[in-house]
Write a protein that binds this ligand. Sequence first.
Ligand SMILES: C[S@@+](CC[C@H](N)C(=O)[O-])C[C@H]1O[C@@H](n2cnc3c(N)ncnc32)[C@H](O)[C@@H]1O
Length: 189
Amino acid sequence: MRTFVLYTRGKTDSGFKLEDLPSAGRIDLICRCITSALFLSYKMRKGNRIFVVLNGPPRPPVTLCFNENSNFYPDERSIALVIKKLLSLEFDKEWKEFENSLVSKRSFQEIIRELNGNFYVLHEKGKDLNEVEIRENPVFVLGDNKGIPKNDEKIVLRRGEKISLGKESYLSSSCISILNWICDRKGIS
Ligand SMILES: C[S@@+](CC[C@H](N)C(=O)[O-])C[C@H]1O[C@@H](n2cnc3c(N)ncnc32)[C@H](O)[C@@H]1O
């Protein structure tokens, strides 16, 4: 299974406006990352999933999880509506489901500890991708427009390595598309 984990400053309550996703901790960026992680043209990818950690405000962290069974179209509005719905549910640490998408009060570090696989933190200053072997069951960890805090990055690096797609700073969603393309070409899932 190919897994993406996105660290974000997304708002942790459902009170955001669909007309203004950037003000809600860049929920627009989050939606684009979900599209890049899960969609091919006209169909969903098989065997991919994405965890999106919302670090708020106003509440403590919330994690969302989407996969090939999640029920939405690839546009930002459609995905933002599902995020709004998930955040409006009653939930705690246990996963709560809405149309095959999940929500929980798990934090970034809790998610990283629970996942199995080969971990790669995406960072401009990491080891060049051409010198790294991407192994089966990759877990790619990316940041939003402000990146991943050092402390959280350290936790992931205990289990994996920091890799770079080059010196340019790309959009998180573009990085996910590039990683999917590389894994598709190499047959890594
Ligand atoms: C727009 S960048 C954030 C840049 C932010 N200023 C920082 O210091 O991390 C969003 C995320 O995309 C990933 N990213 C962007 N460009 C990359 C590159 N050239 N190589 C690897 N990852 C990259 C990183 O995970 C980064 O946190």
